[in-house]
Design a protein around this ligand. Structure first.
Ligand code: SF4
Length: 502
């Protein structure tokens, strides 16, 4: 049994919340229990001996009020040295926290309906809810109530506090526009069959060092079944998932061994107690690996504006400015996306010019450019597993390359990580960069060099495929040059509208 499996048996993981006030009062965390803090969304940042913590905060249904955004900004400012990240699971992430401050931060979050239960750890992580829900005319159903019910039922639920590994769920409202289901443990895609709206269900997606794209269960379920099916699949994974080797514990390995048909039977027979209706595949997005960036019409005549952050990094001033803009031009709500970007919905057409101008001054332009289609993980700045620097490197690269390639006529996705764990999905981008290290000799000295392995033409959406890994690697200091060359070559050889994968 691994250490973490033994620890989970010793203390039910969500009970860590009861110990946090003691740790805070003592200014010290019991080193034996420190890994359980993940279930409270908290874990040590690099270097661990400095005692600083990071915290991930779930944003249920991916929608938040301007007031909530201000509270999040205040926490980042008061406790987190002004650093605030939007993650690729529509969450917020703080850094530089002290254990002494965690109870106060949790209380502040609670006042605005945010929480950290299961934001990390071997449990149900943030449920990705379509950021287009309730807005886009092409959506099949507003998935926010289902996402809220899923989150309310599974998140922080003691029945699911001890899963073999993390467990990720996504809900897609508009499959023609969004393609995140391939890389979640369960992906629910709304679509219409014979005039009835329901969900196509995919299971066993997950990246990490060994990437698996999800498989269809071959069912069509009603909206009111989604939470019970989610619960049943999570239960089957809890009881049948592998626990010996953590590297082989995600649901994807069980699906690989059983196959989706046998897994479906297991779920139906032992967890649901009924057979799900057979169903066809939902139509999926042509470009699934990025947001619907820019200005988009809503079904009620207003507009939703998806703006580009730079690798998810905002700060309290920008967060407050966004809150203000959402009140001035929208209805005082914002959304987070699964590609480290944000959205201001409910904007009148006559206000779009003014809003865009204000966003541009914040460096948050709502344009379908490289800035909006590039994501990067935490990297060596804070992540203990990282081998390379990530966010600052990519931000510098985008600043240089974006003006050179503003003429791209299709989204081009760049996903970069600081190690093989694939938190920002290097396998499913047009250009995927995986951080690694290479050692060479300089005289008698071993010199460690940061490099990136290259995975080309991975894709979510219609062209679902994992990127092809190239031989060799690119030294970190030549990454911008390399990327520029690849994009230039692509532009020189493509047909109008042709994507990188095509
Ligand atoms: Fe850390 Fe690696 Fe995940 Fe990046 S991919 S956040 S470096 S574990």
């Amino acid at each position: 049994m691994s250490d973490i499996e033994a620890l989970k048996k010793e203390l039910p993981p969500f009970e860590i919340f009861d110990l946090i006030p003691q740790y805070a009062a003592a200014g010290q965390i019991d080193p034996e229990k420190i890994d359980l803090l993940k279930w409270a969304g908290v874990y040590p940042q690099r270097p661990q001996e400095d005692g600083f913590l990071m915290m991930r905060v779930k944003v249920p249904t991916a929608e938040l009020s301007a007031q909530t955004m201000r509270v999040v900004a205040g926490i980042a400012e008061d406790y987190g040295r002004g650093l605030l990240d939007v993650t690729d699971r529509q969450a917020f992430q703080f850094h530089w926290l002290r254990i002494e401050n965690i109870p106060a931060i949790l209380t502040r979050l609670e006042t605005v309906g945010l929480h950290t239960r299961g934001a990390c750890g071997d449990t149900v992580r943030a449920v990705i809810a379509s950021p287009l829900a309730g807005l886009d005319a092409r959506e099949r159903i507003d998935v926010r109530p289902i996402a809220a019910a899923m989150e309310g039922t599974l998140s922080g639920n003691k029945d699911f506090e001890d899963l073999p590994r993390k467990f990720k769920i996504s809900l897609t409202a508009t499959p023609e526009l969004e393609g995140i289901h391939h890389i979640n443990d369960i992906g629910f895609l709304a679509h219409e069959v014979n005039g009835e709206v329901g969900f196509d269900v995919w299971v066993g997606g997950g990246l990490g060092a060994v990437a698996h794209l999800a498989k269809r269960l071959g069912v069509f379920i009603k909206p009111e079944q989604v939470v019970e099916v989610g619960r049943a699949i999570a239960g089957a994974y809890r009881d049948h998932g592998y626990r010996v080797n953590r590297k082989k514990s995600r649901l994807k390995y069980l699906i690989k061994d059983l196959g989706p048909e046998k897994f479906r039977e297991l779920v139906e027979n032992d967890y649901l107690g009924y057979k799900m209706q057979d169903g066809p595949a939902a139509p999926v997005a042509r470009f699934g690996g990025s947001d619907v960036l820019g200005i988009n019409p809503q079904k009620d005549g207003l507009n939703y504006v998806v703006l580009s952050t730079t690798v998810g990094r905002i700060n309290p001033d920008k967060a407050r400015a966004l809150a203000g803009l959402s009140e001035k031009y929208g209805k005082g709500v914002l959304r987070t996306t699964a590609f480290q970007n944000m959205m201001i919905p409910h904007v009148r057409t006559e206000d779009l010019g003014a809003l865009v101008a204000e966003l541009e001054t914040l460096d948050l332009a709502p344009k379908a450019t490289l800035r909006g289609t590039t994501i990067a993980c935490t990297g060596t700045q804070f992540c203990r597993l990282a081998l390379t620097e990530t966010k600052a490197r990519v931000a510098g690269m985008i600043d240089l390359l974006e003006p050179l390639h503003s003429d791209l006529d299709v989204p081009l996705t760049i996903n970069l990580t600081g190690c093989s764990n694939a938190c920002t999905r290097y396998q499913v981008a047009d250009l995927g960069f995986m951080g690694a290290q290479r050692t060479h000799k300089d005289g008698d000295q071993d010199v460690i060099e940061e490099v990136y392995n290259v995975h080309l033409a991975g894709s979510l959406g219609q062209a679902e495929r994992l990127g092809a890994k190239l031989k060799g690697s690119v030294p970190a200091e030549r990454l911008t040059e390399y990327t520029d060359k690849v994009i230039s070559e692509f532009k020189a050889n493509k047909q109008p509208g042709e994507s990188f994968v095509e």
